[in-house]
Design a protein around this ligand. Structure first.
Ligand code: 16G
Length: 247
């Protein structure tokens, strides 16, 4: 389209730069995506178009696109090209699990376990879960992925009495608690902005110090027992939290 014409120039690698061409191009393209040149789910120009318009080889174009695929900014779909990854719009007024939310939005959820086991609770866990002295917790830490891209890092703690076998949790904590007869039916959530510390940044695939939203959820059973304390570090480039307000 004509709006692209003026944009090709902005994507052209600089001849004087010593940075490899594919890196220059992938950085410029990432900036363009962040600047909103394309809509969510819109197809990017093809490798061939990039190569012809920018005077770079197809190998260079492909390598640059591979960098963005790796970062999750774009996705490849059914061999029909690359598309801008849409942001996940998560309603704030509904209680859902990651697995339920992602499926509802048409993403394929998955997790990578970083650790899960039995731990001595921190002071915060004792207070927020109302634990008795000497009580232990099941602690689960995982990467949460949408279509293979890390969206969030999550650490959950539950009283060991409610989750005696942390290893038994499958892909969904909420589904597991449902089957165990302790569904979470209500939750209290706090949301705040944080700068990713080096540990979280490394496993979230972002730079240390980058902005993230940290959501702390306390989940309650129907008997009003707090059995879940979860910290979710959400990548700010993938999440939009949405609430409808009325008056
Ligand atoms: C969501 C919840 C988290 C809960 C998890 C269960 C937010 C911010 N956090 O990620 O508190 O533990 O879902 O998901 O929404 P699962 O059933 O897929 O394991």
């Amino acid at each position: 389209g004509s709006h692209m014409d003026s944009r090709w120039n902005a994507l052209k690698p600089e001849e004087t730069s010593t940075t490899p061409l594919y890196l220059q191009f992938s950085r410029k393209l990432a900036e363009a995506i962040h600047a909103g040149w394309w809509q969510a789910d819109e197809a990017l120009p093809s490798e061939r178009t990039f190569s012809e318009e920018l005077g770079i080889s197809r190998v260079t174009a492909r390598k640059a696109l591979d960098v963005l695929l790796e970062q999750g900014l774009i996705r490849r779909r059914h061999g029909s090209g690359t598309f801008i990854t849409p942001r996940l719009e998560q309603p704030l007024s509904r209680l859902t699990s990651f697995t339920e939310m992602l499926k509802m939005k048409g993403f394929e959820p998955s997790s990578v376990w970083l650790s899960r086991g039995i731990a001595t609770p921190t002071h915060e866990e004792v207070i927020k879960l109302g634990l008795s002295p000497n009580a232990q917790v099941a602690r689960l830490k995982r990467q949460r992925l949408a279509d293979g891209v890390v969206m969030a890092i999550e650490q959950s703690s539950l009283p060991l009495t409610y989750l005696p076998d942390p290893q038994a949790v499958g892909s969904s904590l909420y589904a597991y608690l449902d089957t165990m007869g302790h569904p979470i039916v209500r939750a209290l959530q706090h949301i705040r902005a944080v700068n990713a510390n080096p540990d979280i940044a490394a496993i979230a695939g972002i730079k240390p110090g980058e902005a993230m939203l940290l959501i702390t959820r306390i989940g309650y059973t129907a008997d009003n027992v707090a059995i879940e304390l979860t910290d979710t570090w959400c990548r700010n480039d993938y999440y939009d939290f949405v609430a409808e307000l009325r008056r």
